[in-house]
Design a protein around this ligand. Sequence first.
Ligand code: FAD
Length: 301
Amino acid sequence: PYDVLIVGGGPAGASAAIYSARKGIRTGIVADRFGGQVLDTVGIENLITVNYTEGPKLAATLEEHVKQYNVDIMNLQRAKGLEKKEFIEIELENGAVLKSKTVILSTGARWRNADVPGETEYRNKGIAYCAHCDGPLFAGKHVAVIGGGNSGVEAAIDLAGIVKHVTLLARSELKADPVLQDRMRSLPNVTVIEQAQIKEITGTDKVNGITYIDRVTSEEQHIELQGVFVQIGTVPNTEWLRGSVELNRSGEVIVDKAGSTNIPGVFAAGDCTDSKFKQIIISMGSGATAALGAFEYLIRN
Ligand code: FAD
């Protein structure tokens, strides 16, 4: 068995792997997609000591750093179950079962769906989730951004530089940081509609518009456009842990100050946990915490 098996290869998992391997203990890391959300990010300016980097570059350096140590990297593998027997067993979708004395869960999060008619139908046919990734495909077009939080406003600012016009639709008033709102409102090709309840994303073979209800007047409105970016936050990748590890109402793994979960020997870190803020540096810090927590557990048991 491993001493520490990490499930998830984003900033949290990479950090946990490095901290574990530096203790000289047998460390493995399983990841569906090494790099995690960072792969979908373009500019990163808040990773302290790094003035500016880009997602794929950061993902590559994460992997390179992990490879400096004796860590078994199992990329492109998805975990589907966790069970505590003599060891903690992680079952993979390919049928393999990995055993370890401790496990660190760092499966991160993914985009939240808008759950409106048309969304499934037109996904990748005009509906996108990553402005940085798919923005250029909409050059010269009119697009909507759904979501008035930081990610929505950031996406609107980003897209405004590429597309012809951006309409930002928010369910209530904008919740984004004032500095972002100011920047967005200074742009001539961004329209903001607050109190908009999305009714449907319309289309033929691809998106051709969006219909919403004005929550103040209850009137239905339709806008013709060619693209929709859904930016309403993320959901933790923890469905596979339901029934084994304690999760909160949002599906986040509940951890204590050492990263411990309700199962002895099972730790968690990063965006899949109930940490208040979700950022790269925070994930890296909590990955280190979970690794040290797991090491302490190993020397006591
Ligand atoms: P993730 O990065 O989500 O990694 C999760 C890992 O787990 C991945 O390897 C995934 O493949 C794997 N995984 C998931 N499920 C399974 C499974 N069942 N089995 C095996 N592996 C699994 N933060 C900043 O600090 N600065 C920024 O500028 C910034 N910009 C962002 C821009 C965008 C577009 C996005 C989406 C996020 C941004 N963030 C930013 C947030 C930051 O990316 C996350 O906080 C951070 O990546 C979380 O790290 P993590 O390791 O917890 O999870």
